[in-house]
Design a protein around this ligand. Structure first.
Ligand code: GLU
Length: 279
């Protein structure tokens, strides 16, 4: 099967060295195998994403010497696709509306003896809205109350254990239940990262997901969504994250060196590849 990889940035800022590492890693895996490399803008969060950043990302990738196959998929233009998945899961009774605010959740968690965290560091949802009656749900929705949609993890759990294939490690047993009832559609965004990324990887025929180690734990949830929706499971190759000299991971919010800055400072793409240790 020909290899299909992708780079899937969220256009919330300019690309920094960490993104360049991720993009080049995916691109090289595809190109060295005669496969396809796709570019996807994960711009589902209207509060944080900007079209200007998406345009800058394309421009920076071109400068860096990367090309991609086919048109860029821009998630915000495909909301009906994600809604169809949510409708399907709703019909099957696998998601429920959650009216909680962050404060409601924090209060409930504080009042409990343990405050369990998911592997990605987020608080596990204490389940306040899981057992509301159909009547209450309908009444609150009709009254215009805003809600998120959560996956009912207990109902969604598969009868047989699921596994995902991590290239350097082999099969990893999935433990999606460790995340609790994850959000699949937010109050302020029509769908969540977990839902859109798995939908699009399936739709676009991605066979190998390369991305940073920070997203490795999310794969447990992704594999469950793939199983629920009958989508194929790609292989995964999570890579190390770049860090600054003090060992902290590079992040947009810390103003990590952007490709724009490096380009303006006169560096060549080859010099940037050298900085990444990818020459
Ligand atoms: N859009 C995600 C991000 O920018 C990456 C998604 C992925 O590669 O699975 O962090």
């Amino acid at each position: 099967m020909p290899i299909v990889t992708r780079f899937a940035p969220s256009p919330t800022g300019l690309l920094h060295l960490g993104h360049a590492f991720a993009a080049l890693t995916a691109w090289r895996r595809a190109r060295s195998a005669g496969g396809r490399f796709l570019l996807r803008m994960e711009d589902i969060d209207p509060g944080r994403c900007r079209p200007a950043f998406a345009a800058a990302i394309e421009d920076d990738l071109h400068w860096f010497g990367l090309d991609w196959d086919g048109p860029v998929r821009t998630q915000s233009r495909h909301l009906a696709d994600y809604q169809a998945v949510l409708d399907d899961l709703t019909r099957r009774g696998l998601v429920y509306p959650c009216f909680c605010t962050r404060a409601d959740i924090a209060r409930e968690v504080e009042a409990s003896v343990a405050a369990p965290h998911a592997p990605d560091g987020s608080l596990i949802y204490p389940g306040l809205c899981r057992h509301r009656s159909a009547g209450e749900r309908q009444a609150r929705i009709s009254a215009g109350e805003r809600y998120a949609l959560r996956l009912d993890m207990a109902r969604a759990a598969p009868a047989e254990p699921l596994w995902f294939e991590e290239e350097a490690e082999g099969p990893i047993r999935c433990r999606p239940e460790a995340f609790g009832d994850v959000v699949l559609a937010r109050k302020d965004a029509p769908a969540s990262y977990h839902l859109c990324v798995t939908h699009d990887d399936a739709l676009q025929g991605v066979t190998l997901v390369t991305r940073g180690d920070d997203l490795k734990s999310a794969t447990h949830v992704h594999r469950l969504l793939q199983a629920l929706m009958g989508w194929p499971a790609p292989d995964y190759a999570h890579h190390r994250l770049l860090t600054d000299p003090s060992g902290r991971r590079l992040a947009k919010r810390d103003h990590a060196a952007t490709l724009r800055d490096l380009r303006a400072a006169g560096l060549s793409p080859a010099a940037v590849r050298g900085m990444l240790g990818l020459d």
